[in-house]
Design a protein around this ligand. Sequence first.
Ligand code: ZN
Length: 152
Amino acid sequence: MSELRDLYQEVILDHYKQPRNFGALDGASHHADGHNPLCGDAVTVSLTVADGKVVDAHFEGSGCAISMASASLMTEAVKGRSEAEIRAMFERFHVGLTTSDEMAAMDALEPLEKLAVFGGVREYPVRVKCATLPWHTLIAALDHATKPVKTE
Ligand code: ZN
């Protein structure tokens, strides 16, 4: 189990040190800002949406390793997916990180592949907001929210 945990940590650190899809997105059709005052994480998500599908996803911002790695893995995971699929992914991700039922958490996270690395965050409730901030921001972007997202 601890080996598995090390592996998860490795994936998170890799995405923190070398974030994927980091930077502005030319011609983005959707964007939103998110802020987690509890930790100081700030993230902007930019999307190109066409025919109900997220064609491209980028993020900018700064924050802790969990928030930045979550944003990086999220942008990879959502590309090419429909809005409905993405909303369903976030539902699973949220359940997987917040339920007190370990089996339910594993069931929720299993189909999310790489995103399951954040399952360990369940044990650290303060960190859940770091991991979910990019997702809340992405959903706000899809909803064309006009106000920045705040986790508090
Ligand atoms: Zn954080």
